[in-house]
Write a protein that binds this ligand. Structure first.
Ligand code: IPE
Ligand code: IPE
Ligand code: MG
Length: 241
């Protein structure tokens, strides 16, 4: 299906939820849901390239997900490493640029090494930016940003009591170089943001679907983009922008 680039969201963010339920609905261990979830990511990248999307953010692991049993955390990071081992060359060949948003603390060393390799290998690619949100939380990101602003000010010996502006915070978010989120998709039926890109999604269109992440396919993405096209976006004005 051809979509006019004018009506395409500049930045699509996805809360990939429902892996566990996908697995338990089939009598399988939760890890199988995460495995099928990584296949859904592969599919999503191909469809996004086909459509011509330029920036997608994927919520892969939240700062709150450390509360999960260690065995599930371990399998999520093992699957991530496996995904990079298997898919990096193909992803690179397709022109995907991988970046990471989130804190590096606590991410297993080996996973971090592979993520860094993916970032380094794909840094010059231009087809699409895939922002991997790993150990990501909006609250942590905003606190990080404010601390960076303060650090910068103390280095420059600027008065620390000068008011912090919106731009200052924006410029120090992990995503400072990305456009704001236009379309935020959450799969898995829950209608909440779970600490994802809160600042960047201030004016995003919010799309919630019951489809579980491992079942999210090409048609599911097209349905979401069609819905986005029909939105009237005014950003506080009286006229459509
Ligand atoms: C989302 O799926 C994947 C991660 C949080 C890593 P879940 O694991 O949350 O799946 P459900 O919500 O339990 O079905
Ligand atoms: C959000 O899903 C995090 C990711 C998809 C990585 P969760 O399943 O962790 O969110 P809650 O706990 O339902 O809010
Ligand atoms: Mg969940």
């Amino acid at each position: 299906m051809q979509i006019l680039s004018k009506s395409l969201p500049k930045h699509v963010a996805i809360i990939m939820d429902g892996n566990g339920r996908w697995a338990s609905g089939r009598g399988l261990p939760r890890v199988e849901g995460h495995r099928e979830g990584s296949n859904a990511i592969k599919r999503l990248l191909d469809t996004s390239l086909e459509i011509g999307l330029k920036v997608i953010s994927l919520y892969a692991f939240s700062t709150e997900n450390w509360k999960r049993p260690p065995s599930e955390i371990h399998s999520i990071y093992s699957l991530l490493e496996e995904f990079i081992d298997k898919e990096l060359d193909d992803i690179h060949r397709k022109g995907v640029k991988i970046i990471h948003s989130g804190s590096r603390d606590k991410i297993p060393k080996n996973s971090l090494k592979k993520v860094d390799l993916a970032i380094e290998q794909t840094q010059k690619n231009k087809s699409i930016i895939v922002n991997f949100c790993l150990n990501y939380g909006s609250h942590a990101e905003i606190v990080h940003s404010v601390n960076e602003v303060l650090k910068e000010r103390s280095n420059k010996e600027k008065p620390l009591d000068t008011k912090i502006k919106e731009k200052d915070i924006e410029n120090h978010l992990y995503t400072y170089h990305l456009p704001d989120v236009d379309l935020l998709i959450r799969t898995g039926g829950e209608k909440r943001l779970s600490n994802f890109l809160l600042w960047q999604s201030a004016y995003a269109e919010l799309y919630f679907t019951d489809v579980l992440w491992p079942d999210f396919d090409k048609d599911s993405l097209h349905t979401a983009l069609d819905w986005f096209k029909s939105r009237v976006r005014k950003f506080g004005d009286v006229k459509q922008k």
